[in-house]
Design a protein around this ligand. Sequence first.
Ligand code: CTP
Length: 391
Amino acid sequence: MLKGKCVLVGITGGIAAYKICELIRMYKKNGANVKVVCTPNAMNFVTKLTLQNLSQNEVYVQEFDVKDWKPEHISLADEADIMVIAPATANTISKIAQGIADNLLTSIACAFSKKMIIAPAMNCNMWNNPTIQENLRILESRGIECLPPDSGFLACGYLGKGRLCSIEKIYNETVEALRYSQKLAGKKVVITSGGTIEDIDPVRYISNYSSGKMGFALANVAKDMGAEVVLITTKPFEAPYKIVKVKSALDMQNAVEDEFETSDLVIMAAAVADYRVKNQSEQKMKKGVNDILTLELVQNPDILKGLCEKKTHQLVVGFCAESENLLENAKEKIAKKGCDYLIANDISRNDIGFSSDDNEVTILEKSGKIEKLEKASKKVIARKILEYIYE
Ligand code: CTP
């Protein structure tokens, strides 16, 4: 499965370092060329000889062991298809997040521009430390994938979250990441996310419960698949691609239309408000004497429908959130909007949909074909949607 791929394994100084011997064995067994780089502290937990025998390659620890004209941190970064840092200590996570390059591993991480996965392992109090969590968020916002630790008994005697996730999980994520990489190379993918915000006055607005998570997952996965990504969102998000922050449906329409001509795929995952307030008040509205206040609403343009009417080479995908008669409504909607695919999800369920991290969707095609995707994390669903569309 990994034939022809070079996996760069980074090991830092934590007790879970010994488990990485098994991970290297798995990569090797499946055909990968494995290069290992350790921090000096990792050498307290595993020996160079063990890692060298398992990887069948030289193991790198010190910086400036220059044997070639290219410094090692650059040649190792160039050679690898993916970098996997496991276990990743709080110290190394924080250094990478802040751009500190004080040993070979952190220098490579600084120079690495391809897919990077980190699997943290540490004491539960260190894991819960707000500084460490903030640094993890920084790494994730730069496209680095974090495989969170498991809960259980920790080597330091504590019971809590901090154990390195399973070796199988790290292995499977590596395989998946390599399988998906470059599948969308050369494609421009535009994704909308979040619920639009329609002002009533400078203080109040009309909106909906959309969290934007499905759109974020789609954008991150499209980036991992090698696409040029533009995320048009009403919710704040940080990522290593173009992000256009919008508020209302009209703002979103302008932003999408600006990107449309040059795009190959547009996914309207946003929950666009169907109506906006007709006469937005410039000043804060005052409570009147009447018990009832009537707001006059006007219909917003249907962005998705408009795109479908003028599309040339683009693939256009809509989402539909329904609280009843999911398939019936979805079939009607794909015909009405004219999009190539419609991703339908049931928002009446608490375990999927809006703020949840999981989703379960049905993909409808213009041709009438229907495919159900079983419940999974929004990231896995995003991968399956993009893979379905392009395969
Ligand atoms: N959509 C859009 N512009 C709108 C309303 C919706 O582009 N003014 C898009 C959404 O981004 C989504 C799809 O259309 O991709 C379906 O949205 P949904 O709210 O389910 O459908 P509506 O057309 O609004 O129909 P209804 O609210 O009546 O179910």
